[in-house]
Design a binder for this molecule. Structure first.
Ligand code: ATP
Ligand code: MG
Ligand code: FE
Length: 333
């Protein structure tokens, strides 16, 4: 079964052909990061217009790279939420048009389900499992008993992990998106240099909070500049990353033990973070629990993960009708 995946929820226009939900034949990503960089963040109206300009070529390129034509495709899987509504609509409209024109089923995919299923492009999933989802807009621990079933054990009460990375990066005057820059700097600094808080919240809670940490970093920078002192940005990055990854990894490990997971998945753009990958790998090894982490190219937004998640709906015969709409606040469970 060949599924064409389409992703336009934020600032990446992406199309991909995936075979049987497991084998990536192509995964074309047109990133708009360079355009949004000068605004320091994604400008929704600009993003929608760019998606419109890029979508047709991106789909054609994905088919060409896969060595397929539309007549080889059995279904279209598209992200219909959450995300920027104007951006989502471009992908949804393109998917509906192809579905209607070719008479093949349309599948609506939740963007975060896509991030989780990026892991199935690496290896087969073993249930029950825990997925740690860390992205630009989400931070959650997800419990999965079986394919396509999601239960949120805990989530962020304020900023998402990626959002915190990007805000701290901006305070350090690093370019957007700042996550990768902090990651790089963190490896040159000392984590113990600046004492920063850890948001454990109430005992037993699987929720997260990053806004207090972000404020602590901003205060540290502000106070230093008031006193005319300089702080090594690498130390700030290392101390910030240490706080974020400690809480993420410890809560994930606790959930694994409490619920008895067979596997841990790391998902979302922040899964590209080296500090997080290393720390989680070490902890999972100590606990003897198998960990799956997607390659860097499948961590940030891409359509292969959408096609992989869509394959589960395809097998269950769960199809969308042609009135499918973009849903900016679509819930996962
Ligand atoms: P969501 O998936 O929640 O809708 P999104 O699609 O905008 O949000 P992703 O594309 O999944 O987010 O991830 C982008 C985020 O990942 C950005 O905040 C970016 O800074 C962060 N990120 C990417 N690489 C790294 C890294 N190496 N270290 C830390 N953060 C990173
Ligand atoms: Mg992006
Ligand atoms: Fe994403």
């Amino acid at each position: 079964v060949f599924i064409l995946g389409i992703e336009t929820s934020c600032d990446e226009t992406s199309a991909s052909v995936v075979q049987d939900g497991r084998i990536v034949l192509s995964n074309v990503i047109a990133s708009q990061a360079d355009i949004h960089k000068r605004f320091g963040g994604v400008v929704p109206e600009v993003a929608s217009r760019r998606h419109v300009e890029n979508i047709t070529l991106t789909i054609e390129e994905a088919l060409r790279e896969a060595g397929k034509t539309l007549s080889d495709i059995q279904a279209i899987a598209v992200t219909y939420g959450p995300g920027l509504v104007g951006a989502l609509l471009v992908g949804v409209a393109a998917a509906k048009a192809i579905s209607y024109a070719r008479g093949i089923p349309l599948i609506g995919v939740h963007h975060i389900a896509g991030h989780i299923y990026a892991n199935r492009l690496v290896t087969e999933l073993e249930f029950p499992l825990i997925a740690l989802v860390v992205s630009g807009g989400h931070t959650e621990l997800v419990w999965m008993k079986e394919h396509g079933h999601y239960e949120i054990l805990g989530e962020t009460r304020d900023d998402a992990a990626g959002e915190a990375y990007d805000k701290v990066a901006r305070a350090l005057q690093l370019p957007y998106p700042g996550g990768p820059h902090i990651d790089r700097l963190a490896h040159e600094g000392t984590a113990a240099a600046i004492p920063l808080p850890r948001a454990w919240l109430e005992p037993g809670s699987y929720d997260f909070s990053f806004s207090g940490l972000k404020s602590a970093v901003l205060n540290t920078l502000h106070n230093a500049s008031q006193r005319g002192e300089t702080i090594n940005p690498a130390d700030v990055a290392a101390s910030f990353q240490d706080s974020v990854t400690e809480v993420l990894v410890e809560k994930t490990t606790r959930a694994v033990k409490e619920f008895g997971a067979q596997q841990v998945l790391l998902a979302g753009g922040v899964a590209a973070n080296r500090g997080l990958r290393e720390r989680l790998a070490k902890r999972c090894q100590e606990e003897g629990i198998p960990l799956v982490i997607p390659p860097l190219s499948l961590c940030t937004d891409n359509a292969a993960m959408i096609a992989a998640a869509g394959y589960i709906s395809y097998q269950k015969g769960k199809f969308a009708s042609l009135d499918l709409n973009g849903v900016p606040g679509l819930p996962l469970s």
